[in-house]
Ligand binder design. Structure first.
Ligand SMILES: Nc1nc2c(c(=O)[nH]1)N[C@H]1C(S)=C(S)[C@@H](COP(=O)(O)OP(=O)(O)OC[C@H]3O[C@@H](n4cnc5c(N)ncnc54)[C@H](O)[C@@H]3O)O[C@H]1N2
Ligand code: MOO
Length: 477
């Protein structure tokens, strides 16, 4: 199902999509403020990139040190396309190092995995000459005498037909030896004496699916690298398979950092709800990962060090603690663990403090920034290419779509902006600030907006969200 398909379905159900989307598309303006009641601070700007960027890059005479720091950070940060390529390369090297052996998965566990061996037919298909229609098997030209006993699907070889003989037959039943054609129920008539007459011309072999019509035993049906879709599962079963040889799912541990996080109830006393603990595991699964542990570690450097150094996952994903605050432990822990930083900051907004480190030859860590949309950006920039490559999935085709509205750009960095698809255009959503999930929760995709921005009508590459693209392996369980 495409994202367009998903939308059409929602509309068909009478769900007012436009009304729902208005909640995330329109800038409410001054009249909207204060809706939260006395003391509330409704946001005045929902597209926060502009004033944050202004703040960051205009600087002021009193902020030389900060300006210098930013310039250094920009210097070190990896351009967005290069960061994705680095993540892919890292995964290829890890896959080689670990020689990730293919596994045998029962069909009902193989959805979304990649075939590690070609799918060769274990049988002819069909495996016997088969009637394609309900009616009669006939031998020679009509009229025919009709046997008392018919031929049903799932039964053993029926007795040979002799010339001038017919027998009732069901779709999928084996046709008896010496059958010359199948006559459909609607194309035959029985006379008073019980003899069967054709009501139209009969062509030799009509409506018989000969054995091996689709494939012969040993024919290659699908190549190594094919994604196991529901259709592949069906074909594999038809061709005689109980298990498939597949590339195993990459194993991921998620470590959620931050003392300020609550797992239930309303925010209070400076504490906020953990948005990433509930969001990341199903998203990672949708990207093909097996999520093994989700651990909340607080801002405890020792616990983080222990969790990172004792994990045997292919990928450790941390959230928060990537910046330079007093409790931002990710960089110091990586240094202590002897990890090699492959990407330390990316020229992308939101999410620029994201990082990728090699813990061992076959083990990596993606550090996602704590701001929730920044974490999504890190997930799609670094974790997606890494997991896709480990899972031997093909890279999605670039997917350019014209933007309906202009999007402000960052002066140096790529921006990822939540959009919905409307007709042939992508409509940028508001509420796209680094700490906001309101836009992405309504989005079909993220638009890749190059430095400097995009004009209305200009094409932007889209990163589909795994569920909007109907991604195979979208198993949220
Ligand atoms: N001096 C600077 N400060 C910051 C910079 C900078 O360049 N210089 N970058 C800012 C940007 S951009 C981001 S993004 C954040 C990255 O911060 P961290 O990765 O260190 O994350 P935290 O400080 O732990 O948290 C940031 C923010 O996100 C909230 N958060 C964290 N985890 C969760 C969660 N699981 N669910 C919901 N919200 C979460 C946290 O409470 C903070 O509000 O740094 C900026 N600072
Ligand atoms: O603002 Mo930060 O871009 O990474 O959330």
């Amino acid at each position: 199902m495409t994202s367009r398909g998903a939308r059409a379905g929602a509309e068909a159900d009478g769900f007012d999509v436009e009304e729902a989307l208005a909640l995330v598309q329109e800038n409410p303006g001054p009249a909207h403020r204060g809706h939260g009641g006395p003391g509330s601070h409704a946001p005045q700007h929902h597209d926060t990139s502009r004033h944050e960027d202004t703040h960051r890059h205009q600087g002021s005479p009193g902020h030389d040190a900060a300006r210098h720091g930013r310039a250094e950070e920009r210097h070190r940060a990896t351009p967005w396309p290069e960061a994705r390529a680095t993540a892919e390369r890292a995964a290829r090297a890890a896959a080689r190092a670990a020689r990730r052996a293919p596994v045998s998965a029962p069909l009902d566990h193989a959805l979304g995995l990649t075939l590690a061996a070609p799918l060769a037919a274990l049988t002819d298909l069909p495996s016997f000459d088969t009637s394609a229609m309900d009616g009669w098997v006939v031998a020679g030209p009509g009229p025919w005498t009709v046997r008392d006993e018919g031929v049903l699907a799932g039964h053993a070889q029926p007795a040979r037909l002799t010339d001038g003989e017919a027998a009732g037959v069901a779709t999928g039943a084996r046709v008896p030896p010496d059958t010359t054609a199948v006559l459909r129920t609607e194309h035959g008539r029985t006379d008073d004496r019980g003899r069967l007459h054709p009501t139209r011309g009969v062509v030799h072999g009509q409506d018989i699916r000969p054995r091996g019509q689709e494939c012969r035993t040993g024919d290659q049906l699908l190549a190594v690298g094919t994604l196991t879709t529901p259709a592949v599962l069906g074909l594999a079963a038809a061709a005689g398979y109980d298990t498939l040889t597949v590339v195993p799912r990459p194993r991921v541990d998620v470590l959620v950092l931050g003392d300020e996080l609550l797992t239930a109830g309303l925010p209070h006393d400076g504490l906020i709800r953990d948005a990433l603990g509930p969001m990341l595991p199903p998203w990672l699964r949708a990207l093909g990962a097996e999520v093994r542990a989700v651990r909340r570690i607080g801002d405890d450097a020792e616990a983080l060090h222990r969790a990172v150094t004792t994990s045997d996952a292919d990928l450790v994903v941390t959230t928060g603690g990537t910046a330079a605050g007093p409790v931002d432990h990710v960089h110091p822990i990586l240094r202590r663990a002897g990890a090699e930083l492959l990407v330390d900051g990316v020229q992308v907004r939101p999410g620029h403090p994201m990082l990728l480190a090699r813990l061992k030859d076959d083990q990596h860590l993606v550090g996602l920034p704590g701001n929730p949309l920044a974490a999504v950006s890190g997930l799609l920039t670094l974790a997606e290419p890494l997991l896709r490559t480990l899972a031997a999935r093909p890279a999605p085709e670039p997917y350019p779509v014209p933007l309906r509205d202009a999007v402000h750009g960052h002066p140096y960095d790529t921006r990822l902006v939540p959009v919905v698809l409307r007709g042939d255009a992508a409509v940028p959503l508001h509420y796209n600030g680094p700490a906001m999930l309101r836009g992405i929760a309504a989005a079909d995709a993220l638009a890749v907006v190059p430095p400097g921005g995009a004009r209305s009508g200009e094409e932007a590459e889209l990163l589909d969200l795994p569920w909007a693209a109907g991604g195979i392996g979208v198993c949220f369980t």
